[in-house]
Design a binder for this molecule. Structure first.
Ligand code: 4AZ
Length: 243
């Protein structure tokens, strides 16, 4: 998260980290993506976190130390719990060219610590998606855009932006194509606050509901290039089916 401040998972117990020390190193508990607890044994994250480009292997089963870490704000410590994954459903409609439908549902082998879950925004929660609505993004990703990864969870306040802002920024190109049906646009005028590399799969929250998952964008916190998030309300039925 660029332009944010450190926070604690005591306040946001539903923010979790995906980790593999063998692939990403032990320093920061092997964190490589964010995730969000949405049920006692269910975590949602980005589909692209399970892609070959992210994992370095073509199937997550080939990373035997893949874990979901809960209740650990400071990744340099050993608080909280590391849970094994029992099942991963990667949305088969995820499109690597446009980045549409960037969601995966992870089922854990054991229950998360109690209270660690947040409700999904529903399609009827239209106010959550109005341009100008304040939202918070959370993650352990790059804080500068230059590869500076923090050990503590960070959060920044951004605004939900009009779909037209992202359609204008991302009409179709090498980073992705903005598709309002499955994506949400968020950022701040002039840039400066945004999700960044390593935040993928983590939460965008409005009024205590999960409205988005960090998905993609052109760089981080650049003026004119908002962050693009998976539109959770469009996928709430799919998530329910797989939990
Ligand atoms: C990434 O590489 C990434 N500024 C995630 C979010 C954003 C950019 C890049 C949004 O995972």
């Amino acid at each position: 998260v660029v332009g944010g401040t450190p926070t604690t998972t005591q306040q946001e117990p539903w923010v979790v980290a995906l980790s593999s020390r063998s692939r990403f190193g032990a320093d920061r508990s092997g964190q490589f993506c964010g995730g969000v607890a949405v049920g006692p044994r269910t975590v949602v994250t980005a589909a692209h976190c399970f892609g070959e480009e992210a994992l370095g292997v073509d199937d997550w089963h080939q990373l035997p130390d893949l874990r979901v870490i809960a209740d650990r704000t400071d990744l340099s410590g050993d608080s909280g719990e590391e849970l094994q994954l029992s099942q991963v459903w990667v949305n088969p409609d995820f499109d690597q060219t446009t980045n549409a439908n960037d969601i995966a549902v992870v089922t854990l082998a054991d229950d998360l610590p109690s209270g660690a879950s947040i409700p999904l925004a529903q399609s009827s929660d239209t106010a959550d998606y109005q341009a100008g609505t304040p939202a918070e993004v959370y993650g352990w990703g790059d804080t500068t855009g230059n590869g500076d990864y923090p050990t503590t969870l960070h959060t920044a306040s951004v605004d939900i932006l009009a779909d037209s802002d992202c359609e204008h920024a991302y009409p179709g190109g090498s980073v992705g194509t903005y598709q309002p049906a499955s994506m949400v646009c968020a950022g701040v005028d002039g840039g400066g606050r945004d999700a960044c590399q390593g935040d993928s799969g983590g939460p965008l929250v409005v009024a205590g509901r999960l409205v988005g998952l960090v998905s993609w964008g052109n760089g981080c916190a650049l003026a004119g290039y908002p962050g693009v998030y998976t539109r959770v309300s469009a996928m709430a039925d799919l998530v329910a089916e797989h939990m």
